[in-house]
Write a new protein. Structure first.
Length: 77
């Protein structure tokens, strides 16, 4: 069986790349957990885990009751 990237890693890497490429801009709202789950064909808990990692890395910010947004000034590698 070939090595396969974990689903949450795939979500994190894709969203990180979109932010770095400017496809997702600072202040832009991200899809909901359910929408991300559908988009990436993963479970809602996997989408939540991916966004938690992106928050920990300072790439996105969660706003209670409003959603998750691209952080104002993403960190550079």
């Amino acid at each position: 069986m070939a090595n396969r990237t974990a689903d949450y890693v795939r979500v994190v890497e894709t969203i990180t790349a979109q932010i770095r490429a400017g496809e997702l801009k600072p202040g832009e709202k991200l899809p909901t957990y359910a929408q991300l789950a559908d988009q990436f064909d993963v479970s809602v808990s996997t989408a939540q885990a991916a966004l938690r990692i992106l928050r920990d890395r300072g790439l996105v910010e969660g706003h209670q009751g409003k959603g998750t947004y691209v952080a104002g000034s993403p960190e550079t590698p």
